[in-house]
Ligand binder design. Structure first.
Ligand SMILES: [Zn+2]
Length: 298
């Protein structure tokens, strides 16, 4: 029996296998997901120091995790400021929760305007956020009951985290509980139905099991928000980010398993051209915004 869709419970069909991970696609909402993932406890163990600082750990997790999240922070800041501007245009102040806060990089920027809280499944990352960056990031999982009170947050952000969840609907239900009526939820993730992932198939760089388990689609996101209930219709906006030219070339090398292209990307990164940063709204990424309905209108 093929597994049911984790987003809409629709029927699914086996699509391909990659590194022993079985990918299925939902016929109803298009979500592409890993059908044979490990239990949540095992998945969570992956978010160790080696995941965030793979170069230092000299581990083979390099391909899936961050070579160094500490070093990536500078380049993340531009896209995070853009996301912060978007959030401020919706809910300009109040309590903000960053789900999957890592070292608290986004919170550090947001703390100028909001009372900031973070949650991360990684004990290591939460500790770095507290000790090195002074951010209130707690170790915890959004798919379980978090320590936050009902209707406490004006804004909840989930930047590149929903694809990691073993049960995204449960995660969104917990977000709904902690969000104030009229508050906003912002989610950035990949669109598995876009032409680029379709073209690249099993070579798409977004596939990163056992870390990425659910590749959403815009339809899937709208259905997920509807199933959780209590939200107005979801809206979508492009997700512009900064990339170094050499880094982009390297991505293609990894995806197509072309060593020469990966090496070329690395060599480019040492040149003026390769280090040039360009702003790109990748076709397969989106930000979804959902406003929780006002009290009495649920
Ligand atoms: Zn589905």
């Amino acid at each position: 029996m093929p597994p049911r869709c984790p987003v809409c419970e629709g029927s699914t069909s086996f699509t391909f296998e990659k590194d022993a991970h079985e990918y299925h696609r939902c016929a109803a909402c298009g979500v592409l997901f890993v059908g044979n993932h490990l239990p949540p406890g095992e998945v969570h163990k992956r978010y160790s120091q080696a995941y965030f600082e793979a170069s230092a750990a000299d581990s083979d997790e390099v391909r899936l995790g961050y070579p160094s999240y500490r070093e990536a922070q500078e380049s993340l800041k531009t896209s995070f400021s853009r996301k912060l501007d978007l959030i401020r245009s919706l809910s300009p102040r109040g309590n903000l929760l960053d789900v999957g806060a890592a070292y608290g990089t986004f919170l550090l920027l947001a703390s100028e305007y909001y009372e900031c809280y973070g949650l991360d499944v990684s004990d290591y990352a939460a500790q770095v956020a507290r000790d090195e960056f002074g951010m209130d990031v707690r170790q915890g999982c959004i798919e379980e009951t978090t320590p936050f009170a009902d209707e406490f947050f004006d804004v909840v952000v989930m930047w590149d985290v929903i694809e990691h969840l073993t049960d995204p609907i449960k995660g969104l239900q917990e977000v709904r509980r902690t969000l104030k009526p009229g508050g906003h939820l912002a989610i950035s993730t990949d669109d598995a139905e876009n032409w680029l992932p379709r073209l690249l198939g099993r070579n798409w760089w977004g596939l990163a099991a056992p870390l990425h388990l659910n590749h959403f689609t815009k339809r899937g996101m709208a259905i997920a928000i509807q199933r959780v209930g209590g939200f107005e219709d979801v809206e979508f906006t492009p997700d512009t980010r900064e990339y170094r030219i050499g880094e982009i070339v390297g991505h293609f090398g990894v995806s197509f398993k072309r060593r020469w292209l990966t090496d070329f990307g690395k060599r480019l990164e040492r040149s003026f051209l390769g280090r040039r940063v360009i702003s790109v709204a990748r076709p397969e990424q989106f930000i979804a915004i959902a406003r929780k309905k006002d009290r009495g209108k649920e």
